[in-house]
Write a protein that binds this ligand. Structure first.
Ligand code: SOE
Length: 383
């Protein structure tokens, strides 16, 4: 039997994921698959999964393919065998963990939204900028940028194939809070989650508008609503201190008007992100529930055609399966890890950067400010 050295071994990066719940699981899956699908990327070592509950994190680490588990993230940051820290904890800890990791010289991915407050997000950006000077890089995890169909949509818009964008409709609908009996969770506490559907879902939607159009949002008129104001907690009813849903119309720097709706109360909708972009010579339509498809009306056509985005050369497809062999939601995290590693290998800051995360945060803050004034216009520059 002959053995061959793994050429990427010398470049292998040790990864720690902090948090092992839903997002920790999704990111673990990505780290586990990224090398096999993207052999050009630097090798990674799934070194340690970190969580507060020692038994639960030990089980999760074994299940998701980690070499070890740990309960103290501070100690993990001191280790020389950790190069990348992937922050998958609730929002109130993003700033603390990400800043400490960058200051310890670790490259960082922080789950979205970047932070719970503008002050935290600004501090994260300042830390990221200082780290960048030392060759230490960071990224915020807006994974939907890595849906092949949405990456293709961005290419069509950037190439002018739908002309000048006039209108965008974007809705992100979930239903896991539609049942009044759904219990209290950290996601419904302002001090832990920052906001409700806004930070959780509108952050993705706002990022998509910036990503697809390559424009900034300049002003908003918004409403938010909390339909169920109390939920069952461990020891009785507790106040819900975040929004269940939000609606906003927004203007962009390129003169487009966006209508955005997000909710976790849309009975029967599980994870429905719908995006429509209408330009002067075409349009694009996307539905996350059929994420391998993109409806396109390009170059002056007057009807949509449905394209299966799995052809060689389509974004993110090379390295996966032959044409027509469709991808799932999980692949977006693998693409994210792959892009992150490729940027590190090139010595570049990955995108979306913490600055992108801050830009989204500013729009979310404008939406909250407008909603607090019953929908009055708030300029994003006022935030
Ligand atoms: C929960 O609402 C959630 O997991 C979001 O936090 C994710 O960002 C989204 O991708 C799916 O739904």
């Amino acid at each position: 039997m002959t053995t061959q050295a793994n050429p990427s071994a010398s470049r292998e990066l040790g990864v720690a994921v902090i948090g092992y719940a839903f997002m920790g699981k999704a990111h673990s899956h990505a780290w586990r698959n990224v090398a096999a699908l993207h052999p050009g990327a630097p090798g990674v070592r799934q070194q340690v999964l970190v969580g507060r509950d020692p038994d639960a994190v030990t089980v999760a680490a074994a299940q998701y393919g980690w070499a070890e588990s740990a309960t103290d993230w501070h100690a993990v940051l001191e280790r020389d065998d950790i190069d990348v820290v992937d922050v998958c904890v609730p929002g109130h800890l993003h700033a603390e963990v990400a800043i400490a990791a960058l200051e310890a010289g670790k490259h960082v991915i922080a789950e979205k939204p970047l932070a719970n407050t503008m002050a935290e997000a600004e501090k994260m950006v300042a830390t990221a900028q200082a780290a960048r000077e030392r060759g230490v890089h960071s990224m915020v995890g807006f994974n939907y940028r890595r849906v092949p169909a949405l990456a293709a949509a961005r290419q069509h818009v950037a190439a002018g194939r739908i002309g000048d964008v006039r209108q965008v409709r974007i809705a992100y609908l979930q239903d896991w809070l539609a049942d009044e009996a759904a219990p209290m969770t950290w996601r419904l506490r302002r001090e832990l989650a920052g906001s409700g559907a806004l930070g959780d879902l509108a952050s993705h939607a706002v990022d998509q508008v910036r990503f697809l159009l390559g424009q900034e949002i300049t002003g908003v008129n918004a409403l938010t609503e909390t339909f169920v104001t109390q939920r069952a907690g461990a020891s009785g009813p507790e106040e819900v201190t975040v929004d269940d849903a939000a609606w906003t119309t927004m203007r962009t720097s390129g003169g487009a008007v966006v209508s955005l709706e997000v909710t976790r109360m849309a009975t029967s909708r599980k994870n429905a992100l719908g995006i429509e972009v209408y330009g002067s010579t075409g349009a694009i339509r996307f539905d996350l529930e059929r994420l391998n498809h993109l409806d396109v009306c390009l170059d002056g056509a007057d009807a949509f055609s449905r394209v299966l985005v799995t052809e060689p050369g389509d974004p993110y497809i090379d390295g996966w399966w032959p044409p027509g062999h469709v991808l799932g939601w999980d692949a977006t995290f693998t693409h994210q890890a792959s892009d992150f590693l490729a940027a590190l290998a090139a010595g570049q800051e990955p995108t979306p950067s913490f600055e992108d995360g801050l830009a989204v945060q500013r729009v979310l803050a404008a939406i909250e400010a407008s909603a607090a004034q019953d929908g009055a216009r708030v300029g994003v520059e006022q935030i």
